[in-house]
Design a protein. Structure first.
Length: 259
């Protein structure tokens, strides 16, 4: 099926949606039929074959955009009401946002909590207030950052809230391979988890490290300088060697005795 990639508000993930007739232009707003109902989405990719998660119903009209704005404001009112209720009753949960589908028949409440909690007791009251079917969705630390948006350590908007569609597995080994300080403040993102960007260049670092001796290995230079590898500099292709005399010498990989 011919599809276009669309992106929903508050989510950087791209979903394939089928269309009929002329393909909607990239960066245009469209109304789609999702499993939740009619929703507003922005086209983010050109036509391509794919497996459709739903159907593009029509290009969004000014009336659709106006209705979306009014429903967004209504969702914010409900969000503040629910926050006040939870605070008053001592429920340790953070309401991140309440969003309606474009037809107003479904409202999704995104929340975060350190412990497992049951918010179903408010379903009836929220349903009567909103006139919609209520769905609660719990978000983990990384999903919270993607949902709310923030700045990363680089000073740019966080990848997870702008373009990163899936969270890749990140490990402390990636920080070690890149010779980064293992201080949590240096290698953690605003979400408190390891930086997603650690995996972007990891494969390149692995290739560079393959040409260098391991840390703490004993090496000798072609000139006869011997010692223990104290530090690796994969980008420059050098190692810092603590010699038997106690001095620190920087040697390029081409200067090391291969034996």
């Amino acid at each position: 099926m011919n599809c276009v990639g669309v992106r929903f508000p508050h989510s950087p993930k791209i979903h394939d949606y089928g269309y009929s007739g002329e393909p909607p232009p990239v960066d245009s707003w469209v109304v789609v039929r999702s499993p939740r109902g009619l929703e507003l989405a922005k086209v983010r990719s050109s036509p391509h074959p794919g497996r459709a998660a739903g159907q593009v119903v029509r290009p969004a009209t000014p009336e659709d955009l106006d209705k979306h704005a009014r429903l967004k404001a209504r969702g914010e009112d409900i969000q503040w009401w629910l926050r006040a209720r939870l605070r008053r009753e001592g429920v340790r949960a953070k309401v991140l946002g309440c969003s309606f589908t474009l037809d107003g028949n479904h409202i999704v409440v995104h929340y975060a909590a350190e412990e497992r909690i049951d918010l179903r007791r408010w379903v009836g009251e929220l349903g009567r207030m909103s006139g919609a079917r209520v769905e609660f969705v719990a978000l983990g630390p990384r999903d919270q950052t993607a949902f709310l948006g923030t700045l990363g350590a680089c000073g740019m908007e966080a990848c997870c809230s702008t373009w990163l569609g899936e969270f890749a597995q990140v490990s402390i080994r990636m920080a070690r391979d890149q010779q980064l300080p293992l201080s949590p403040e240096k290698i953690s993102g605003p979400c408190g988890r390891l930086l997603c960007c650690l995996q972007y260049e990891h494969e390149h670092y692995q290739e560079l490290l393959a040409d260098l001796p391991r840390k703490n290995a004993r090496v000798c230079s072609l000139q006869g300088v011997c010692g223990k590898v104290a530090k690796l500099n994969p980008l420059s292709g050098t190692v810092e060697v603590l010699t038997e005399e106690g001095s620190l010498v920087t040697l390029h990989k081409s200067e090391l005795n291969p034996g």
